[in-house]
Design a protein around this ligand. Sequence first.
Ligand SMILES: C[S@@+](CC[C@H](N)C(=O)[O-])C[C@H]1O[C@@H](n2cnc3c(N)ncnc32)[C@H](O)[C@@H]1O
Length: 384
Amino acid sequence: MDVQERKNILVTCGPGLKDYLQAELEGLGFEIVSSHPGSVVTRGSFIDCMKLNLCLRTAYNVLYLLKEFRCGSSESLYKHINKLPWENIISPQEYLCVLSRVDTFSINNTMYPNLKVKDAIVDRLCKKTGSRPDSGPDRNKVVVNLFWKADRAWIYLNTSGVKLSDRNYRKMPHKAPLRESLAAGIIMATGFDGSQDIVLPMCGSGTLAIEAALIAMNKPAGALRNNFGFKHLKVFNKQLWEELRCDVRRTIRKDALRKRIIATDIDEQAIEAARQNARTAGVEHLIEFDVCDFADTELPTGAGIIVMNPEYGLRLGDIEPLEKEYKRIGDFFKQRCTGYTGYLFIGNKDLSAKVGLKASRRMVFYNGNIECRLLKYELYKGTK
Ligand SMILES: C[S@@+](CC[C@H](N)C(=O)[O-])C[C@H]1O[C@@H](n2cnc3c(N)ncnc32)[C@H](O)[C@@H]1O
């Protein structure tokens, strides 16, 4: 496999994040071939894939296209995949995981094409090298993805392996933490770039604050990960990877921030978890933590950004106390946050009505399968 060959790269993301992913790809100088709910297609080499894995904040997986072909049956699937030179890509000592997404008449169960792809690869390796790799569901070594829609199929090398949203800094998740890629998308949606003060009451395990600090430093999201799918492929070149990491590291802003990042929570254990997670992420020095009720959070004077992710109460009995909490958030925004732009990340529309303020924008995100909104409030004097 030629690591310099430019091919289609399918970058997947969580629902609601594709516009932010597209903006990230454009910011890194990649062309956009097409975008779809849950993915963006760009073009580049295998080496570009390594860079994308290191830098992207809102992506799940970076998939490098090996082959696109017409495919009307599982026999044809086997034949096409068995013809690829897997012996140049995967060592038989590696462990292989196959993932499929199939939408074709003849197949109603993804297990079967998974098995066909796995057999096609393993049989080829066995014929060419005399040994067979182990295979199974673990995504922490070699991962191959099949997409099969009607009579077309695409086979990709999954250069990420485990989802990129697993950044490796959240050793202490605490309660209801946001996925890191979602938190990064929320921070990007606020327009925060490090040149504004940002205040994060109800910070929980600190995900929003940590992602904000990483953005402010321009520190790559993948800097803390040791494992990526591409590292398990024969074409992986350690020296090239180290050079790439050095190049990207040079763009990190190491100087102290001129603006403040403040994260608070009423729960002492949450702040302990957030502090430890920030330490692991290498950004503890940039975040001011405090244990307090959200309404007592210190707000730097002037204009800034305030983002809150209150609980949304999935069980019926939880709602009543939360109604009062959402009303208090509205009062806090009105009375104490004048000059700020406020954001509420909510998963329950009825509760957001209790805030008593008119949102100037509503952005749709998904937290797992819960449809959520990021509500934007312009908190100028006299806001109602
Ligand atoms: C949904 S969690 C936030 C999760 C966070 N975004 C994360 O990624 O870990 C809500 C947080 O609000 C905190 N909280 C609840 N009531 C509060 C209050 N009155 N003042 C401050 N924090 C509060 C809880 O302790 C909890 O950590």
